[in-house]
Structures are given as C-alpha cells and as structure tokens.
Design a protein around this ligand. Structure first.
Ligand code: GLU
Length: 445
C-alpha cells in the first residue's frame, strides 16, 4: 500500500472502527423494501480530485439513491434549461421542513427548493422528454456519468415505492393545483420514484460528489458531466438545503455541501478537494444516516474541512520586488545600469487567481507609487493564470501604461497577450532581460 493510500485508508478505517458500534436510529420502513436492508451495513468512501479511490467497510455494497438523486437531477435540469428557467419552477430557499413536507410558496405554489420532495418532483418533470431521448433515459444516463459507470434500477425498491408513494402523489397533485407542474402528476412521480430507485454503492456516491467538487468533471473518467457554473450552483443549494430541517446546523458544525437519502446514503463535497460518501441505513429522525453523519462530521473536524475556515494561504506569490539595477545582467547591458534604476521589476510564481493577482498588482506599485518609471512583470515561474487574474493583470498593466509608464511582461507563452492586441495591451517578451532592455531603450522615432 502506498503512503497516500495508507494514510487516507487509515483515516477512513479509523472512522469506521469508531462508529461501527453505534446502533442508534431506525431503518426507513415507509418504503417496505428499504426496511429489508442490513441495519449493520456501514461503508465509507472518498475520491480525490485526481481520481484516487479510497473505501472501507461496505463501500461496495449496493443500495438505492433515494434523495441523493435530487442534486444530480437538479444539475441536469440546470444544464439543460439554465438557472433562470429552473428557478421559475423551483425556488432555492431552505424550507426548514422535513423532506416530504408541503414546502410550497404561499402565493405561487412554487416548491421551496430542489432538495425536498416537492421541489425534486418538479425538477424531474422539467427534464425534457422526447421519443429519441426519453426523460428517464436522460436521467439514468446522467446519474451514470456522475458515477463514472452505467447504473441500473432496483425494480423491487421501485415497485415498493410505487405501492406506498401516496404522499408524493398527493404533493404532485397539490403542486399542479397551484400551477407549477409542467406534466401529469402521476407520470412525474413515477419518474421520480425510478430515479430514487437507482442502485449505487458508497464508492459510486463518492464519485458523484467528487464530480460536483471537481467543477462538473468526473475525476475518474475525465467526462465533463455538467459545466462548472452548474456544479457550483448545485453545491450552493446542497449547502443550504441538502440536509432538510437540519441544514443550518449541518453547515454550522460540519461546513460541507451534503445530501442525505432515506436508504442510508450520505454525500459531502469539499469543493476542489474531494467527494465523500457514507452508507449506513439506520436513520435519525431527520432521515439522515446516523453513522454516516457522525463519520463525515468527525472527518471534517479532524481534517479542518469546514468551508468557512480560512483557506490555507497560498505560498508566496510575489517572489521579487526590486529595480533592474539590482539584478544580475548580461555584460552588454552593464552599460545601461544607470538607466535601469528606474525600472521596477516584480516577479511572481505559482497559480494566479484573484488573491494572487491582487498581490501582484499591489507589488507593482510598491517600489515607489509616485514613480513614473517603467515596470517589468516577470511571469516565468507562473504556472497558471485563471480568467479573473488575467483580466485583473491586463487592466492593472493598462492603467500603468495609461499613466505614461512603460510596461513589459516576461511572458514567453503570451498568456497576457490579448487577441488583436488592445491599445493598452502589455508588451510580452521571452525573458526578463529582454523586457528590461525594451523598457530602457530610447523611444523609437
Ligand atoms: N424516495 C423517497 C421519498 O420520496 C426519498 C426521500 C429521501 O431519501 O429523503 O419518499
């Protein structure tokens, strides 16, 4: 076993050992087939953004998705229709109520959010249905892409839910009586029951959560299941509504977007970090796996995963703030040294995002904010520049240019170059020396 496999698996095993003896909670029995589950089953799984899979206990045991299907069908609806259209039908407010409550807006009858049954039934009904692309086929295909393998339906659980699903049917009729249900209530609920009856394992759930955490790209298959903004929207609704009437307390104590289901599945996502899943069918009164909740809460505490914790500050972004006369220069340029005193040089490293770009721009002003001399930004050791950082650096450099300062960038790959080269676009050079030399050269003409 490698070092990482050992360390992560050990952490999961440790949690498993700590909570396996907890036997509080009851199996869901309002869907009779769910009451037949092994009450002692307990699996934990984690999948990293690199697609490394870790599991312990019953991480391979099959069970049905139930409400854990809701965020993924919501993702499909958002992808196909967009946030504005989906929000016309389903709101995104925490209901503070149980999963099967009549959580409908007073005036419009719009369900509170897509994580409670009322909202999930409407979300399912929003998925387009066409002869070549039937509604449930699209849903099953999408769930499988999130999991990274084709999934199937547990027909016994489905049949059991159809027989006992009157409350959900009643909800669907109630929603239609208020207006917002774009299809026949019976058909909507039956498709919803089928999505709840899709069979998965804890490892599948971890892959599904990891795909959301990874900006919509499945880290096992590399498949872009939904665009990044959709993944972020789904995580936001999971964070505020994913644990029903315990959502606020969960966000407060555990601090991770999560979704529970009555078969005992529970997912949590650490954005840009991991997907986590637990399976243990004994539920607390809110309908959440008792052991799953304990294990995920404990892992979050132990590894400092709470979303609202200060993220670890990135290693230093700005590695050098000086003037060119302090730099070792090629002999040819020695003669120019006197003039180099007026060239500010700032070097950056690593991946540049908003925070890093702000630091770089601040450093560009630092040697002497009143200065009118030239400025060189050295990006040779920068590994990545996101779109926000690129726009910030371009506009910061354009401002310096507009102030009459010569600005040059050591940027051999031309990452700051603008298509069509805007008026204020910075000059890009292959090396820092070339950038400095250009800044000190006599103006042409
Ligand atoms: N199929 C279940 C229902 O609608 C899902 C509920 C849940 O998992 O919370 O009753």
């Amino acid at each position: 076993m490698s070092a990482a496999t050992g360390a992560v698996t050990d952490a999961l095993r440790d949690l498993h050992a700590r909570f396996a003896a907890v036997d509080e909670g009851e199996l869901a029995d309002y869907i009779p087939q769910l009451a037949l589950a092994d009450p002692d089953a307990f699996g934990l799984a984690l999948i990293s953004m690199d697609g490394h899979r870790y599991g312990t206990g019953d991480a391979d045991a099959p069970f049905t998705l139930q409400s854990v299907s809701k965020p993924f069908v919501y993702a499909l609806a958002l992808d196909l229709l967009g946030l504005d259209e989906v929000s016309r039908w389903v709101n995104a407010e925490p209901s503070g109520e149980a999963f099967n409550a009549i959580s409908l807006e007073r005036r419009t009858g719009r369900p509170a959010n897509a994580m409670v049954n009322a909202g999930a039934i409407v979300t399912t009904a929003l998925i387009p249905d066409a002869p070549g692309a039937p509604r449930f086929g699209r849903i099953l295909d999408c769930l499988g892409r999130f999991a990274g393998r084709p999934l199937d339906v547990d027909e016994r659980v489905y049949a059991s839910e159809v027989v006992t699903g009157d409350r959900n049917r009643a909800l669907a009729y109630l929603i239609r009586s208020n207006g917002p249900l774009p299809m026949d209530p019976v058909a909507a609920v039956e498709t919803y029951f089928r999505q709840c009856s899709v069979r998965v394992t804890a490892l599948d759930l971890a892959a599904m959560a990891a795909t959301l955490a990874n900006g919509g790209v499945n880290p096992l298959t590399g498949d872009t299941v939904v665009p990044e903004p959709v993944a972020a929207q789904v995580l936001a609704v999971m964070a505020t509504c994913g644990m029903y009437d315990a959502s606020g307390d969960w966000l407060l104590r555990v601090g991770l977007p999560a979704k529970s289901g009555v078969s005992g599945g529970l997912i949590a996502a650490g954005p840009a970090r991991f997907g986590l899943a637990a399976y243990s069918p004994r539920l607390n009164p809110a309908g959440t796996s008792v052991r799953g909740q304990l294990a995920i809460a404990s892992l979050s505490r132990r590894l400092g995963l709470h979303l609202m914790h200060n993220p670890a500050l990135a290693g230093s972004t700005v590695t050098l703030v000086t003037t060119a006369d302090d730099l070792p220069l090629a002999p040819r340029e020695e003669r120019e040294r006197a003039r180099y005193g007026r060239v500010a040089v700032v070097a950056a490293q690593g991946a540049l995002d908003f925070t890093a770009a702000e630091r770089v721009l601040y450093a560009l002003d630092e040697p002497d904010p009143q200065d009118t001399g030239a400025v060189v930004l050295d990006l040779l050791r920068v590994t990545d520049i996101d779109t926000v950082a690129r726009a910030m650096l371009r506009s910061g450099l354009a401002r310096l240019t507009a102030d009459g300062r010569r600005t040059a960038v050591a940027d051999p790959d031309g990452r700051l170059r603008e298509a069509g080269g805007g008026a204020g676009a910075p000059r890009c050079f292959a090396t820092r020396e070339e950038a400095v030399a250009w800044c000190t050269a006599e103006p042409a003409g």
